[in-house]
Ligand binder design. Structure first.
Ligand code: NAD
Length: 302
């Protein structure tokens, strides 16, 4: 018997994730604070409650998929005198947050759940809306082993790969470390292509060498920032995301917070965070993050 799920946050990711649970036979009750998101989910075949409290009343697992940590904390505790999820959920429920949030926030909300007598886990994802729709997300999970085992069947429905990374917050830690590498490596690959252009080295020639040499990485061989060498990369489609600059900037800001909180020296990670913050300020929030090559190219022409 699969656990019954209250699914809160029916946005770009949450909507299709909740539907995959329904298709697999899970009893799901959804809710979103935005009425349009509730309507769209209902039309797609999800049972939607009239309030967050109603959605969680008989849930075994309370799953949240929100834009940021502040929303998770407010939903758990309740705002403006409204009953929070922790007050409304039945005894024995597990709080499972799949949003990407600060590691310290993830540990704080898990602590709140524990203090209220519940089990809790963080399980951020990678794979984007495409992965959410196809049920092929990668889940990175931070929780006690028995909590991991309890929610694993649900994650395996929504995802293709599920990794238990350690205790509370370690799912977020894994996600943030990965995306810090991704941000830095995209900037590095883009810088190398711009230098190649200025040296007179063809994109394809550089790709043919580097993709089989020690500079090989996902930013080059899957999300190649110049059109041509990898026909499916967003560069071939006017940098339509893919993975939008706003989301990369968000994740690098989370990385910068983690660097501050742990006193970690990471000059490249911090610089990538600054470059992507500027990318967003320049109006590129909706551009694929590989579009940073255009900024770098233009800066070189000055
Ligand atoms: P989104 O903004 O489309 O959806 C979030 C939804 O949460 C919204 O519909 C919002 O109304 C709802 N919400 C906020 N507070 C709520 C509350 N208290 N109760 C009920 N609903 C509430 O965002 P998204 O793109 O679906 O992303 C969700 C999370 O997944 C983010 O943390 C994001 O960083 C992460 N993520 C996104 C992607 C992606 O490609 N979009 C990829 C990996 C991870």
């Amino acid at each position: 018997q699969l656990p019954a799920v209250a699914f809160l946050g029916l946005g770009h990711m949450g909507g299709p994730m909740a539907l995959n649970l329904v298709k697999a036979g899970v009893r799901v009750t959804g809710y979103d604070v935005v009425p349009e998101a509730c309507d769209a989910a209902r039309e797609a075949g999800l049972e939607v409650a009239g309030s967050a409290q109603e959605a969680v009343r008989s849930a075994d697992v309370v799953l949240t998929m929100f834009p940021a940590g502040v929303f998770v904390k407010e939903a758990y505790e309740g705002v403006d005198g409204a009953e929070g999820l922790l007050a409304a959920a039945p005894v024995g429920a597990t709080f499972l947050d799949c949003s990407t949030i600060n590691i310290s926030e993830a540990q704080e909300v898990a602590q709140l759940a524990h203090a209220a007598g519940f089990t809790a886990a963080d399980a951020p994802v990678s794979g984007g809306v495409v992965g959410a729709t196809a049920g092929t997300l990668a889940f990175m999970m931070g929780a006690e082993p028995e909590v991991f085992e309890r929610v694993r069947p649900l994650l395996e429905i929504m995802g293709g790969r599920v990794v238990h990374c350690g205790g509370n917050g370690m799912g977020q830690a894994a996600k943030i470390c990965n995306n810090m590498i991704l941000g830095v490596s995209m900037v590095a690959v883009s810088e190398a292509f711009v230098l190649a252009e200025r040296l007179g080295l063809e994109h394809q020639a550089m790709y043919d060498v580097v993709s089989h040499a020690s500079g090989q990485c996902w930013a080059l061989t899957t999300n190649c920032p110049v059109p041509g060498p990898v026909p499916t990369s967003p560069a071939n489609n006017d940098y339509e995301p893919g993975f939008a600059g706003a989301l990369m900037s968000k994740d690098l800001t989370l990385a910068a917070t983690a660097l501050d909180e742990t006193g970690t020296e990471a000059p490249m990670g911090r610089l990538a965070a600054e470059l992507y913050a500027q990318f967003v300020k320049d109006g590129q929030a909706g551009t694929d993050f590989s579009g940073i090559i255009t900024t770098l190219r233009e800066a070189s022409r000055k």
